[in-house]
Design a protein around this ligand. Structure first.
Ligand code: TXA
Ligand code: MG
Length: 339
């Protein structure tokens, strides 16, 4: 695990405008001083991410949100009380003195207090706990988020612009934080921009109403682009009853297929198979590692047995839909063609 000298070194790198990768309970982040536009620019450059995509600012548990946000609705206070530290990001109206660079030019700000002990130690050390660390997931734009330190090293291949990669073991949650927009609560109510471990129903229990799904005027979020969180190998999600059929067709066409399943037994025809746990929490915990492992076997396709539906599975299903983007339709056509 991480020594306190590593934390001090990482905080010093952040304070001097450098980049640091660090663990959180969701996924690993690539951090920079949220108030230093030059440091923010380095994140966009290293990730290859368009500069109009806003970043989440990570805060120490003792830091207040009032420094960062200009209006804090009662709902935000209740949600912070219920879920921080933890995997919930709140979008609020940005305070005027916070640089627009961190928010991709938007007049809002994404805030989150992570529960991972290494992240908290870093946030408490950086600017004596009074700063904010802007951090997207520590992966190239559009690729699968990292859930351990080796994933980060694989992703950036020892990029010298990353000062240190703090190792905090495997991320417990495994998929990115739930993002809830409260910046337009007066007119639109709470809006769920990205599902995660904290479900719409969990939010409803605290604020008394279910969050709405995003409309076309909702703030844009890169994690909400259709194609995102994707391995290099095409991914397709199919119902369990169709999976063997699709697998056989691909095999007959000389294609190599890797499988992610959770209820099916070991399939002879699969080049490789990841058997996932049966609960949504444990499935999410292992999902990105499974996608990365199967990406490495160099199959022509990763076939995923569709997980159950329902509120607690929404985070997993959302990430699988985005990893698969347009492959689903191709598979449907193949099945319909009967060939
Ligand atoms: O779990 C997480 O949230 C991880 C860890 C490192 O904390 N971070 C993460 O960051 O997933 P990133 O940049 O990969 O995804 C953050 C998402 C993006 O889709 C971004 O557009 C959205 O949050 N976001 C951030 N600030 C926003 C804002 N002001 N308005 C709308 N969306 C925002
Ligand atoms: Mg990301």
């Amino acid at each position: 695990m991480t020594a306190s000298s590593d934390i001090q070194k990482a905080a010093a790198i952040l304070e001097s405008g450098g980049l640091v990768a660090f663990p959180t309970e969701t996924v690993y982040g690539l951090g920079a001083d949220a108030e230093n536009p030059e440091a923010i620019a380095k994140i966009y450059a290293v990730k290859g991410r368009p500069t109009d995509h806003p970043l989440i600012v990570h805060l120490a548990p003792e830091a207040g949100v009032d420094y960062w946000a200009r209006e804090i609705p009662a709902e935000a206070k209740h949600l912070i009380g219920a879920f921080w530290p933890g995997p919930l990001t709140l979008i609020l109206k940005r305070a005027a003195h916070i640089p627009a660079a961190v928010a991709g030019g938007q007049d809002t700000i994404g805030l989150r207090c992570p529960s991972h002990p290494v992240a908290q130690a870093l946030l408490r050390e950086f600017k004596q706990g009074k700063g904010g660390v802007a951090a997207p997931s520590a992966n190239k734009f559009g690729h699968v988020s990292p859930t351990n330190a080796q994933h980060v090293r694989d992703e950036f291949d020892e990029d010298p612009r990353i000062g240190v990669v703090l190792d905090g073991g495997r991320s417990e949650v495994g998929i990115e934080s739930t993002i809830l927009d409260l910046s337009r609560i007066d007119t639109h109510g709470p809006v769920l921009l990205r599902p995660g471990r904290i479900s719409a129903e969990d939010i409803e229990k605290v604020v008394g109403r279910l969050p709405a799904m995003p409309d076309s005027t909702a703030p844009r979020a890169s994690g909400t682009l259709d194609s995102h969180y994707a391995p290099r190998t095409p991914v397709a999600v199919v119902q369990a009853t169709d999976l063997r059929k699709v697998l056989r067709k691909f095999m007959m066409a000389g294609r190599l297929v890797a499988v992610i399943s959770h209820s099916l037994p070991t399939l002879q025809d699969a080049l490789a198979q990841a058997v996932m746990p049966a609960t949504p929490e444990n499935y999410a915990h292992e999902l990105y590692a499974a996608l990365r492992d199967l990406d490495d076997v160099r199959a022509d396709l990763i076939l995923v047995e569709a997980p159950p539906s329902g509120s607690s599975w929404e985070g997993v299903n959302d990430r699988l839909r985005r990893a698969a983007h347009d492959e689903g339709r191709r598979i449907e056509m193949l099945l319909e063609s009967g060939s």
